[in-house]
Structures are given as C-alpha cells and as structure tokens.
Design a protein around this ligand. Sequence first.
Ligand code: CA
Length: 246
Amino acid sequence: MSTTPSTPAASAPPPLHVLVVEDHAPLREQIAALLRGAGHRVEEAADGRLALAQALAEPPDVLLLDLGLPGLSGLALCRRLREQAAQAVPVLMLTARDALPDKLEGFAAGADDYLVKPFEAAELLARVQALGRRGSSGRDYRLHVGTLAFDRRSREAWRGGQRLELPPIPLALLQALVEAWPRALTRSELIRRIWGDDPPDTDPLRTHLYQLRQQLDKPFATPMLHTVHGVGLRLQADTSPGTATP
Ligand code: CA
C-alpha cells in the first residue's frame, strides 16, 4: 500500500468512527495511521470475535473488515453483525482474494463494498468516506423510494408490497441505486461497486440490469429504473406501481 500524507482541510467532511479489523498487524497499523491522518477516529481489532463485540457495543460509521481472521471469519462476523446490530453498519471488506464467488458470498453476508489487497491509500480513504457518507444519510435498515422498499438487514426488496426475487448482483445494484437516490449513478460507479477495479468483461452490467428490470419494472405499469443519457442510471419514485397491461 502506498501512502500519501494527507491533512484534513478546513472544508473536510466530518470525521468518522472507523473500526479496522485486520489480524496482520503491520497492515492494520498502516491503515489505522492513514485514517487517523485523515482526521478519523479509529479503533483496531485483530480477532473476529472481539471485533464483533466491539462493533455491537459501539457501532462504527464504517467497519473495515479482513476476510481471514482468527476467532471468527470476516464473512461470519458480517452475518452476525447484520443479525444482531441495532442499526446498519456499513462494511468495507478487505480481501486478497478477488474471485467473484468470494464477493458474492460477501454481498450475501452483508458487505457493502470491497477493496482488493494491495490497494492505494487514496482509494481506501475515498471508499471509507463514501461509505460513511452513505451511512450518515440514514442508518435505517429499511429504505424507501416511492413504493419500493429495500431492507438492508434481510437483503430483501419489495415493490408495491410485491417481493422482488433477485440474484445477488442485481440485488446489490438495486441497493446501490436505492442508497444513491435521488442521485444517478454512473455505469462505472455501479461496476466498481460490484467488481471493484476488476470487472469480468467489457459490458458486465447488461445481463444483471436485464434481470433487475424483469423484476423491478416488467410487472408494473411505470418503470422505476431510468437511463439518464450521458450520466448513468437512476431510480425514479413512483406513487403507485400500477399493473402492466398484458
Ligand atoms: Ca487476515
């Protein structure tokens, strides 16, 4: 990891409470120093079980989580946190394994974002900041856009009371769009959210957006997922989902 010294500017965003869970001491200390340097309040943990207890006792604004940990694995910690925490804790998973199955498992367990080791200091700070900002916009588990509801704890979505049956990637795309709403997300923001800097092919979103539209929009009269020309994708709130004419 390369480090660029950074000092919080006068207009810097409010500091975040970050819990860094990593058993490799040199890396953990480096990450903690970097975050402290950016003005954040940092706690450290090297053991999964202790980290879970810490996160439950005082939920951090962002949890930085290594996958391979003694005591309790990162995935198990993530799952338990989602079951037991009183509020949503944004989780940024650190992983040396950038294989897609691990990421899908991570999303299913409740990770919000990924960073593949080794990573750049600036990248880490930007992702932590983005997750913290997302969190501060509302820690409620249940988010609403029009008649669409998204439960971040159970990872379930409903439109007009009808449950959407979505595979992990379309579900993660929907969550990103719900959290960003009313803002649009660019295609590259969406791609990075799912695959980091290592997308599987040139147009990875196509089939997943198709699956999302099949569930989110096809059964209803008004589409919610809109392409904003030259910008990206955005959800538009509906007042009533209506029913599609056969
Ligand atoms: Ca480890």
